[in-house]
Design a binder for this molecule. Structure first.
Ligand SMILES: [Zn+2]
Length: 375
């Protein structure tokens, strides 16, 4: 490993690791984790996800007799993430503008590793630590979904995959993805349009009745894509619509999903011609569950103490999206927060991180481990 976190972080972002191509990055992390004294193993999640590396798990035996504390990050990046050429200007690390930077989530990895390295340098007696580096987080949390979480011994921990260093996310919504395949009836649009059922017209009718956008403080829904039709002279017989519903409240998620499906089915029933009845195939996929960790919970208090000690602003926030933390929190024995690593403008070529945040990020993790170990 390098002599400072800046150089170490830069060495990590130079490794190509778009989703499903995490192998080189995983091998680099494996060797660094081993050098830090961890027991390391890969799983076979990639056999299901069709990538070239499994999830990487590491265990640091501690000198304090406690259950371990978990730190997760993901090995993959979004595109365009190959051939990243990091630049440093005025304490700010960016790409050269043609790619993402990959601070999402290599800043998390660098900060976790650096915190452990520094604790060892200080000869601090820490509690056992588990580190989990997942694959293909960016394409649907595939690594965490296919990781057998029952091998984790930690009851608390963090996915270091957020924005503000010192702030944590204590809750995130559940999400359903819905696909509607509408079947109408094809006909020549100029000669006998009355013999057709226009699937685009039907789709528009249904969509115009559906709730949209922010439904309430904890619930949203969106029609995201629509595909259908072949030519202007054909009454289209097929339309595919993709939609999503998110809510922090499982009952609202369920009832809003049902409401949208009911509107779609009810609208279809209105469209028939002779013996032909328009119909819709509906598939609902639960992407992940919601989670909410109580503000008074131990892990939130540890986070607050670490931030106060370093003079960083603390807050316990609610997120609007899903992450590996949603998957791990499905295990009712675990409470996993999302911690900020300093990454900014993620998933764009303007992604950056301040060097100061990279440093505060590892110091915060170090302080969290100290606080947990000493309690
Ligand atoms: Zn991320």
């Amino acid at each position: 490993m390098n002599t400072n976190i800046k150089d170490y972080f830069i060495s990590l972002v130079k490794i190509d690791s778009e989703s499903k191509n995490e192998k080189e990055m995983a091998l680099k992390c494996e060797s660094d984790l081993k050098a830090l004294g961890a027991k390391v193993k890969f799983d076979n999640a990639h056999k299901i996800t069709k990538g070239n590396s499994g999830n990487l798990y590491a265990y640091f035996p501690g000198k304090v007799n406690k259950s371990p504390i978990l730190f997760c990050s993901h090995l993959d990046t979004v595109t365009p993430g190959n051939g990243i050429k990091p630049q440093i200007n005025n304490g700010r690390i960016t790409s050269d503008g043609t790619t993402i930077l990959g601070a999402d989530d290599k800043s998390g990895i660098a900060e976790i590793f650096w915190a452990i390295k520094e604790l060892q340098k200080e000869k601090f007696d820490y509690a056992p630590i588990e580190v989990l580096l997942t694959i293909s987080e960016e394409i649907g949390l595939l690594g965490s979904r296919n990781f057998s979480a029952n091998q984790l011994r930690s009851k608390i921990g963090y996915a270091v995959d957020g924005h503000h260093v010192g702030k944590v996310v204590v809750g995130a919504p559940a999400q359903n993805s819905i696909t509607y395949m509408i079947h109408g009836k094809e006909a020549h649009a100029g000669v006998e349009p009355e013999k057709g059922i226009n699937a685009i017209r039907l789709a528009a009718d249904a969509i115009s009745q559906m709730p949209q956008g922010k439904i309430d403080e904890e619930t949203t829904c969106n029609i995201g894509t629509i595909k259908g039709g072949k030519a202007t002279n054909i009454v289209p017989n097929q339309v595919e619509i993709k939609a999503e519903v998110r809510s922090h409240n499982p009952e609202k998620l369920h009832s809003l999903t049902n409401k949208m499906n009911q509107i779609m089915m009810h609208t279809c029933r209105k469209y028939h011609i002779g013996d032909f009845q328009a119909n819709v195939e509906i598939s609902v996929k639960k992407e992940y569950s919601s989670f909410r960790v109580d503000i008074d919970d131990e892990i939130v208090q540890i986070s607050r103490k670490a931030s106060e000690k370093l003079g960083l602003d603390f807050s316990a926030d609610i997120a609007g999206g899903g992450s590996d933390a949603n998957i791990f929190n499905e295990n009712k024995n675990m409470k996993i927060l999302i911690a900020g690593s300093g990454m900014q403008n993620v998933h764009t070529v303007d992604e950056f991180i301040f060097l100061r945040d990279l440093e505060n990020g590892y110091k915060w993790i170090k302080e969290v481990i100290k606080t947990y170990s000493e309690e």
